[in-house]
Each structure stands twice: as structure tokens, then as C-alpha cells.
Design a protein. Structure first.
Length: 100
């Protein structure tokens, strides 16, 4: 049996090292892909919750506007509206002016 030359051994070592490096890169790719999928699901959940919060703000704004309109006819509601002036301003409603 002829002895292997040092060049053959070197090439074989390079092939083995590159195969091991490819395996490491592949497993790292799988980890990154898994993380990206989890982040995408989380982003979808947060997007849904943001939409839900936006709808709740619209409902609160409409309810506050109707309450302010009712407050003109029923003076008893004016005290409640005065307690929540800051909230009405955060809803972009001016308690002194009619919402229209």
C-alpha cells in the first residue's frame, strides 16, 4: 500500500473542517429561522392588540361625546364631566365646546 501524501491528508482535513462548519451554519440558520417565526407571531399578536386598543379609543371617544351632549340637557352630568376633564382632553374632546 502506498503512503498517502501530505497533500491528500491536508485536503481531507479541509473537507472535514468545511463539512463541520457547514453543519454549524445550518444549525445556526435553523435557530435564527425559529426565532424569526416566533417574532413574527408576536408581531401579529401585538398588531391585533393595537387594533383592539384603537377601536376601544374610538368607542370611548364616542361615549364621551355623547355624554357631553347629554350633559348640556342634564346639569347633573356636568359634575361628572368636570371630574374627568383631563380624560376628555386626552380623548381630544374639549369639555367646554360641543363635540362636532
Amino acid at each position: 500500500m502506498p503512503k498517502r501524501s501530505w497533500l491528500t491528508s491536508l485536503l481531507l482535513a479541509l473537507v472535514l473542517i468545511s463539512a463541520a462548519a457547514n453543519l454549524l451554519v445550518f444549525f445556526r440558520y435553523l435557530q435564527v429561522l425559529n426565532t424569526a417565526q416566533r417574532l413574527q407571531l408576536q408581531a401579529q399578536r401585538l398588531q391585533f392588540l393595537a387594533g383592539l386598543a384603537g377601536r376601544n379609543v374610538v368607542v370611548m371617544r364616542n361615549l364621551a361625546a355623547e355624554t357631553m351632549e347629554f350633559g348640556r340637557k342634564a346639569p347633573a352630568v356636568a359634575g361628572v364631566l368636570q371630574l374627568h376633564t383631563n380624560l376628555l382632553r386626552r380623548l381630544e374632546l374639549n369639555p367646554a365646546v360641543s363635540p362636532r
